[in-house]
Design a protein around this ligand. Structure first.
Ligand code: CTP
Ligand code: MG
Length: 248
């Protein structure tokens, strides 16, 4: 029996990788996607995980305009096979993902958005998120929140002893999930969410929020605690240790 080597067109999944941030909080001399991590730029590891994910059929990388050439060199040197486009990002993460969507070839009807700042994602988490999205139209990886989280109020009262931060309430941790990427959507839904966001001047820190704003349901699947997002210099140390311990 001959097995199809490529999925039917309607089933194809593209990854959009927002990698155009500057990494202000990382305080490193390079933009975040090119910060060295276990001897390679951070973007290398994020792309490698997607290259190794059988569910991903194509990749669109969105980078800072000054990083286009370096990104193309990285892809050539690593011999990544799935990257179909390298495009310039925008002023916000939301704008960068929208730029990726604009150049996505028609045959991709599913989109997995994955941050370059999560270089430790595993093909297993990618597979589980894609599978859930196919069933529910929208799915995101997330992990239960570990710390006890309180909502605070910054008291504006003039009486000196009341100024400053106060606890408003303790949130029920059982209902809280720390969301990650990948976040996978039917293409039409994600495009509609970005059109709606642009029309209303909305920018969010993830794509799920834009889909939620349409009133659509988003399925949560269990991600991985090793799928950390690199934001601070401390995160970089942790990621370095994890990569050295776990990668082959
Ligand atoms: N991103 C992007 N375009 C932007 C801003 C962010 O593509 N204009 C990407 C980042 O490259 C990153 C992901 O979105 O992969 C998550 O953003 P974040 O972790 O906030 O990265 P930075 O914005 O680069 O960091 P900072 O907020 O500290 O400047
Ligand atoms: Mg940012």
């Amino acid at each position: 029996v001959a097995l199809p080597v490529t999925p039917p067109k309607a089933a194809r999944v593209a990854a959009i990788v927002p990698a155009a941030g500057i990494g202000k909080r990382l305080k490193f001399r390079y933009r975040k996607s090119f910060v060295p991590l276990a001897g390679r730029p951070m973007l290398f590891w994020s792309l490698r995980a997607l290259e190794r994910s059988p569910e991903i059929d194509g990749i669109v990388v969105v980078v800072h305009r000054s990083d286009i050439a370096a990104t193309e060199r990285l892809i050539a040197q690593a011999r990544f096979k799935k990257v179909i486009r390298v495009v310039t990002g925008g002023a916000t993460r939301t704008a960068s993902v929208a730029n990726g969507l604009k150049v996505l070839p028609k045959e991709f009807q599913w989109v997995a958005v994955h941050d370059a700042a999560r270089p430790l994602v595993t093909p297993e988490v990618v597979a589980a998120t894609v599978k859930a999205a196919r069933n529910y139209g929208a799915a995101i990886a997330a992990v239960p929140v570990v710390p006890t989280v309180k909502e605070a109020v910054n008291s504006q009262r003039s009486r000196q002893r009341r100024q400053g931060l106060w606890v408003k309430r303790t949130l029920n941790r059982n209902h809280l999930w720390a969301v990650q990427t990948p976040q996978v959507f039917r293409r039409g839904l994600l495009e509609k969410a970005h059109r709606h966001a642009q029309a209303n001047g909305v920018s969010a820190t993830d794509d799920s929020a834009l889909v939620e704003a349409l009133g659509n349901r988003v399925r949560i699947i269990l991600g991985s605690s090793r799928n950390i997002k690199i934001t601070t210099p401390e995160d970089l140390l942790v990621a370095e240790a994890l990569l050295r311990a776990l990668s082959n």
